[in-house]
Design a protein around this ligand. Structure first.
Ligand SMILES: C[S@@+](CC[C@H](N)C(=O)[O-])C[C@H]1O[C@@H](n2cnc3c(N)ncnc32)[C@H](O)[C@@H]1O
Length: 201
């Protein structure tokens, strides 16, 4: 198992999960998700790295979606009242068939991995989506530059910002990048929507 996944499986995962409960405003996030996804032909959504499933709960407030989440930290999935189907699984090996969901959401997820693991993760996410991938994450100004101030207590670097258009070149970009998203209190967080091309994974 890679270093970053191990980090989430240790104290960091539990501490972050406990903190997350007070950090997310579901109503505000729902505004962002409705804006970005509400008008798309989407019925099923998978979130990779869903933690306690708050984003999926936000989706449930405005649409009749089939909602599934996976997270590597079972503490997060066991301690929630989220009504979506939540599964303990590693996003490097998603337990779903190809084209299983209309949209895969990766929100604050890819930033936890250095570039080395990203093509593999992007490929896996692209495999299980039928159509869309929505990435919400730190915007990049220098490719793969690490935000040095955010380092875990175990001394392992935690967050990377990067340009996701370069990573999802096998998809069609459907826009993105306005900062100050409702429900995301850091203005450097932005979004990218990709559509899968039939011919290329
Ligand atoms: C920064 S949190 C974001 C949580 C949630 N998406 C949100 O927006 O609040 C990243 C989540 O990804 C999960 N995670 C990290 N590596 C993972 C992996 N390899 N497979 C599945 N989940 C993973 C962590 O346990 C954590 O819950």
């Amino acid at each position: 198992m890679n270093k970053q996944a191990k980090l989430w499986l240790g104290n960091h995962g539990k501490t972050w999960t406990d903190h997350n409960a007070s950090a997310i405003d579901i109503k505000e996030r729902a505004k962002t998700f409705k804006d970005l996804v509400g008008g798309l032909p989407v019925k099923s959504i998978l979130e990779v790295g869903c933690n306690k499933g708050y984003n999926l709960t936000a989706f449930s407030t405005f649409g009749d979606y089939n909602l599934v989440g996976v997270d590597i930290v079972d503490y997060a999935i066991r301690n929630t009242d989220c009504s979506a189907e939540l599964i303990v699984a590693d996003a490097f090996k998603l337990p779903f068939k190809d084209n299983s969901f209309d949209l895969v959401l990766a929100c604050g997820f890819f930033d936890a991995y250095p570039y080395k693991g990203i093509p593999e993760l992007a490929k896996e996410v692209s495999r299980v989506t039928k159509k869309y991938i929505l990435v919400i994450d730190y915007a990049i100004y220098n490719f793969n530059k690490r935000i040095d101030v955010l380092v875990s207590s175990e001394g392992v670097p935690l967050f990377w910002m990067r340009e996701y258009e370069g990573i999802f070149q096998h998809c069609v970009s459907r826009g993105g990048r306005n900062p100050n998203l409702a429900g995301f209190n850091e203005p450097v967080i932005t979004w990218w929507l990709f559509e899968k091309r039939e011919d290329n994974i």
